[in-house]
Design a protein around this ligand. Structure first.
Ligand SMILES: Cc1cc2nc3c(=O)[nH]c(=O)nc-3n(C[C@H](O)[C@H](O)[C@H](O)COP(=O)(O)O)c2cc1C
Length: 192
């Protein structure tokens, strides 16, 4: 199984990226291949000026097409997901998440905005035709603390994240592969 992880914060270090890093380690321990991207892998001009011909963004879309799932992390900015992340999602093909399972992760300064993923990010993931968007994980800033130069998750957040990753892992295993979407006539020919 192959998963793309996408860190949607413009900041470094990043609390939402810390959720991703722990997720990557957990998935790799289960034998899942994780290909990690951050917004910094793309030129700011390409994102800001909607360069649909950007080779980097095309390469990202191609990797996504080959993946089974997407882990996407964002900070809450102004009661929504980050605008920088939206500039990248805007440049993906219309069906970029077709057949993909998606696990959204978010951090915010206030628990009052814990539903931002549900009302802001999930509709965009649905517009990109995600097959299944799982219940995400939200942590507020007091639950992810800076130790040295890195952020560390509190034990309750780690536990919730691991539960979400278990669901993600199982969803990846049962996902509908593109081949199963062939017209029924073709399937009959294949199995005859
Ligand atoms: C420009 C900006 C806007 C923010 N808006 C909100 C907000 O509306 N609601 C909220 O709960 N937190 C808000 N925050 C706090 C961040 O969501 C929070 O610190 C988050 O953990 C940052 O994640 P990151 O370290 O991955 O960038 C905002 C932070 C910034 C910089």
């Amino acid at each position: 199984m192959r998963v793309i992880s996408l860190a949607g914060s413009p900041q470094v270090p990043s609390r939402s990226a810390a959720l991703l890093h722990q997720s990557q380690r957990w998935l790799q321990q289960q034998g899942v291949e994780v290909i990690a991207y951050t917004l910094r892998d793309f030129a700011a001009d390409d994102l800001l000026y909607a360069n649909f011909n950007s080779p980097d963004i095309k390469a990202f879309a191609a990797q996504l097409a080959l993946a089974d799932g997407l882990l996407i992390a964002t900070p809450v900015y102004k009661a929504s997901f980050s605008g920088a992340l939206k500039t990248l999602l805007d440049l993906l093909p219309e069906r970029a998440l077709d057949h993909k399972v998606v696990l959204p992760l978010a951090t915010g300064g206030s628990l009052g905005h814990m539903l931002a993923v549900d009302y802001a990010l999930k509709p965009v993931l649905a517009a990109l035709k995600a097959q299944e968007v799982l219940h995400g994980v939200f942590a507020d800033d007091s639950q992810i603390l800076l130790s040295g130069e890195q952020f560390t998750l509190s034990a309750p957040v780690s536990t919730r994240l691991e539960q979400a990753l278990e669901s993600f892992y199982w969803a990846l295993g049962r996902r509908k592969s593109p081949a199963l979407n062939l017209p029924s006539t073709l399937l009959t020919q294949q199995t005859a």
